[in-house]
Ligand binder design. Structure first.
Ligand code: ATP
Length: 904
């Protein structure tokens, strides 16, 4: 039977690797043939999980009705219907349906945005096909493929292991067991439970250490993960702290308003008003005062923020981070690949007898090197996990490809020696080790390459140019390494040992191996990214401190940090090494971490401590990471950022945001967008609340005065629905204000609705109250019909809102400075709203539906006068606020400048 086919219950843990290979017609050296792989892909389909069946459309639509506001509306609609007010009740039900459609559409949009983002981050797998190693998208894996996995990888399919070295896998995604499981390729009895099948690696689990190879036995839905996926399905939530806060605020507001409505109803009826009239009045009060557009506007603004960030190559994985980004105060960035290009080239090879310049990637004199240089390059080329792709380009980790390349240019075959064992590189160990057989002598060889101090630690001898060995002169080697580091170069040392102990690799881990022969140093450059210096400067201007956290040597790190402006020329005191961090006690750490801006030779565990130390000083920390062990620090950080290109799946999994280009400048861009999103949210709230408050007040006053309502419930619904969509929502597309990166970060604890916003809301709503009453009364006094007078009052609300919208385009500057056409949606929205108002006022059908009537030009002049007065008052208030804020910022900037200068 075809393996993996539907209905197939073939298990593999109870077969030997050889049997599994036979069954799947594959080969443990060459893997599948390419053509065979292609035809299997057609047969089995892509290696991706079948789309989980989400909620049905109908249920989703109905769910939109499950909000306090809608329930209020539905009850109002039913009662209105019972009172025989058919037109009113149909308008109310119309609004309920429109509201649900809006919510439904907005939710689907947000979901498809998230879906698109997910597909932007691809996962790849390393396979051997037709004998050649290559990286392919994980979706293209088929049963029978020979895959290689290493620390940080997500296991791309269900795999029967063939070989492994120190392989440990975190299977919590599958089994819930949080401790990594050690894997081996032993044969197991058939009845072994999934959690105990140590000779298998399952799709979706994470390799935490070591490496291995295996044969794919199940892909896509035919994996253990696929099984679970079918059972559970998955839904992504779109909630953020802010949306939650606002949802709570809306609910509380609804309760207060309902209570007010009930009191008003009872008071009115007690005074002898008819219950019907009072009911209409309190419905008006309720629908007017509840900000129905708020949740949708917030969600849409966030969704727009997400897509703006994606366009700037920052993929958001968890929505709350869009908000958090705007208040980040510290960015902790990796060096290699984020601040630098991660394009390494070996510049020099140094041995105890001097330096050989190898100028870029060309050989000085190809094939001419011997003795120590030869051995240095030989170790570099064999103690190496990079590989030559079919077209002859080296692939893999840039440090390793640089070492392969330079060796190849000197006539040394990359990975030419047969390897019998390996200890892969890890950031904690800072070295890699392999064992080989020397084909000429038959000797076994232990080769080590890595950070200079690590390699020297296990070496006792050094090799001279002529190939003889002598006792190690550690001081000379360290001095040479320091010299390269000062030029910002990364330096790796190499060493080897002939016929080591049998378990030399384990011995190294235990720290029991010594006596290696140091062969030389390879110094490589990795140019800083062209954009890094500007991005760092911009962060500094925005009040963010930038810290470099790297596994590299302190001197190298400091040289690069100086180059891109993280470290000032004279900032000697601000470099901390991992060793120094270990010696500082917990209580002193926050202060020390705050002061330093470069952290070198840092292990992933220390990264976690650094994040916590910064957070203890109220910092909002953005932290980048790429390795498997960075995951805890990424989770702890307020904004965990993973590298999309070089990052491991483990890091991406733990991150809130993934950079598709690994570039530091992208983080800065994301912070800028985050600030923009928050601004636009605030603008919407500041714009929308005065209308609700104003409407509520108008109705309340009418009830208290026991007089006709100047606006009817259906008219209020018209105002709220049309203006929220046509006017308010367009604020989500407002471009970022200039100078957005010249302000200090937003205090995350500061209320979104501060004093100036509250004052303005009250001011505008009182003006709306006075304005609408004045216009309404003037109409009545001039003998206009009640319908025409109400139409005029409705137009007051809409026109004031339209004028006020322009003021809200900027919270900090006069509205007119925002540039009229910078936001075409806004202009189009205002135009459409104007058409709508003319329709409401003059189209007979709408007159019937909304109980409106045509009004004359003198009424329009009065309406315009109110709008102009409101705008003038708002402008004056804003001017005063801007002046006050400038004075405050002046003092806080001065304070900020003082703290920054103290820090550096
Ligand atoms: P960061 O992205 O944090 O700046 P980094 O690349 O500088 O990372 P690591 O990758 O953790 O830091 O490397 C730490 C040290 O380990 C390096 O300075 C180097 O000496 C050594 N090293 C790096 N890559 C390898 C490798 N592939 N094999 C052996 N040693 C390595």
């Amino acid at each position: 039977m075809a393996p993996g086919a539907a209905g197939d219950v073939q298990t593999y843990h109870d077969l030997t690797a050889h049997e599994a290979l036979l069954l799947l017609e594959s080969d443990h050296r060459t893997g599948l043939d390419r053509d065979e792989a292609r035809s299997r892909l057609e047969r089995f389909g892509p290696n991706s999980l079948p789309q989980a069946k989400g909620e049905g459309a109908v249920r989703r639509f109905l769910r939109q009705l499950n909000s306090p506001l809608v329930i209020v509306l539905i009850v109002a609609g039913i009662v209105t219907l019972l009172l025989d007010e058919v037109v009113d009740s149909s308008v109310i039900f119309g609004v309920v349906v429109i509201n649900a459609i809006l919510g439904f559409v907005q939710e689907s949009k947000a979901e498809s945005a998230l879906e698109a983002l997910r597909s932007m981050v691809h996962t790849t797998a390393t396979v051997v096909r037709s004998g050649a190693q290559q990286r392919i998208p994980s979706e293209e894996l088929v049963p029978g493929d020979l895959v290689l996995i290493e620390a940080g990888d997500r296991v791309p399919a269900d795999v029967r292991l063939i070989s492994e070295s120190h392989l440990k896998v975190d299977e919590s995604a599958l089994t819930g067991e949080s401790l990594p499981v050690e894997k081996g390729h032993v044969l197991l009895p058939t009845e072994t439970a999934v959690a105990d099948r140590v000779n298998m690696a399952f799709s979706g689990t994470l390799v935490t250490s070591g490496s291995g190879s295996g044969i794919v036995v199940g892909t896509g839905g035919e994996t253990e993960l696929g099984e679970i996926h079918r059972l559970v399905g998955s839904t992504e939530t779109m909630a953020t702290p802010l949306t939650r806060k606002l949802a709570k605020f809306s609910t509380q507001l609804t309760v207060v308003i309902l209570a007010l409505a009930v009191i008003a109803f009872i008071a009115g009826v007690a005074q002898g008003e008819s219950a019907t009239d009072m009911f209409v009045a309190v419905v008006a009060l309720a629908v007017g005062a509840i900000p129905e557009g708020l949740p949708a506007a917030v969600a849409i603004t966030l969704a727009i923020g997400v897509s703006r960030m994606a366009r700037r190559r920052a993929v958001i994985r968890r929505l709350p981070v869009v908000e958090t980004l705007g208040s980040a105060t510290v960015i902790c960035s990796d060096k290699t690949g984020t601040l630098t290009e991660n394009r390494m080239t070996v510049q020099s090879v140094w041995t105890v007898d001097g330096e050989v310049a190898v100028a870029g990637d060309r050989a000085s004199q190809p094939g001419s090197v011997g003795g120590a240089v030869h051995w240095c390059l030989l170790v570099g080329a064999n103690c190496n996990d990079a590989w030559m792709a079919e077209d002859g380009t080296p692939s893999g980790d840039p440090t390793e490809t640089a070492m392969l390349t330079v060796a190849q240019h000197h006539g040394i075959e990359p990975r030419g020696l047969e390897r019998v064992g390996s200890l892969p590189f890890s950031s904690e160990r800072q070295y890699m080790a392999t064992t080989h057989v020397d084909p000429q002598t038959g000797d076994r060889l232990l080769m080590v390459k890595g950070a200079v101090e690590r390699v020297l630690h296990v070496s006792t001898h050094q090799m001279a140019a002529d190939g003889t060995t002598e006792p190690l002169d550690e001081g000379a080697v360290m001095a040479a390494a320091e010299g390269y580091a000062q030029q910002g170069m990364r330096v790796l040392a190499t060493a080897f040992q002939r016929n080591p102990e049998d378990d030399a690799l384990d011995g190294l881990v235990r720290g029991e191996v010594h006596g290696l022969v140091f062969t030389g140093l390879e110094a490589m450059i990795d140019p800083p990214r062209a954009t890094a210096a500007d991005a760092v400067r911009s962060c500094h201007e925005a009040g963010l401190s930038v810290k470099m956290i790297t596994g590299d040597h302190a001197t190298t790190a400091a040289a690069i940090a100086r180059h891109i402006g993280i470290l000032r020329e004279d900032g000697d005191g601000s470099v901390l090494t991992g060793g120094e961090i270990e010696r500082i006690d917990e209580s002193g750490l926050p202060e020390a971490v705050e002061r330093a801006s470069v952290f070198a030779r840092v292990t992933p565990e220390q990264k976690l401590r650094l994040v916590k130390a910064l957070q203890s000083r109220d910092h909002v920390v953005a932290m980048t990471g790429d390795g498997v062990n960075d995951a805890p620090a990424l989770k702890q950080a307020d904004i965990g950022i993973a590298m999309g290109v070089v990052g491991t799946e483990a890091a991406k999994d733990a991150a809130d945001m993934v950079l598709t280009d690994d570039d530091f400048a992208t983080i800065e861009a994301a912070v800028e967008e985050g600030r923009g999103v928050f601004d636009n949210l605030t603008k919407f709230i500041v714009w929308t609340l005065p209308t609700n408050l104003g409407e509520g007040l108008v109705i309340l006053v009418a009830i208290l005065l026991a007089t006709d309502l100047p606006i009817l419930p259906t008219q209020i619904l018209w105002i709220n629905m049309t203006t929220a969509v046509l006017l308010g929502l367009t604020l989500a597309w407002e471009p970022k204000e200039p100078g957005i990166m010249a302000r200090p970060p937003r205090d995350p604890h500061a209320p979104i609705f501060g004093r100036p916003e509250a004052v303005r809301t009250v001011l505008v709503s009182l003006l709306l109250l006075a304005g609408s009453w004045w216009v309404y009364r003037s109409e009545r006094d001039a003998g206009a019909s009640i319908d025409a007078s109400r139409t005029a009052a409705v137009n007051v609300f809409v026109m004031v809102e339209a004028f006020y919208l322009f003021s809200c385009r900027s919270l900090r500057r006069p509205g007119w400075t925002a540039g009229l056409f910078a936001n075409p949606y806004l202009v189009a929205g205002v135009a459409l709203q104007a058409v709508g108002q003319l329709g409401l006022t003059y189209v007979p059908a709408m007159n019937t539906l909304f109980q409106t009537a045509p009004i004359g030009w003198d009424s329009w002049l009065r309406i315009l006068a109110v709008a102009v007065v409101v705008s003038a008052v708002v402008a004056v208030h804003k001017h005063l606020e801007i002046g006050r804020a400038a004075r405050e910022t002046g003092t806080s900037t001065a304070r900020h400048a003082r703290t920054t200068s103290r820090r550096s």
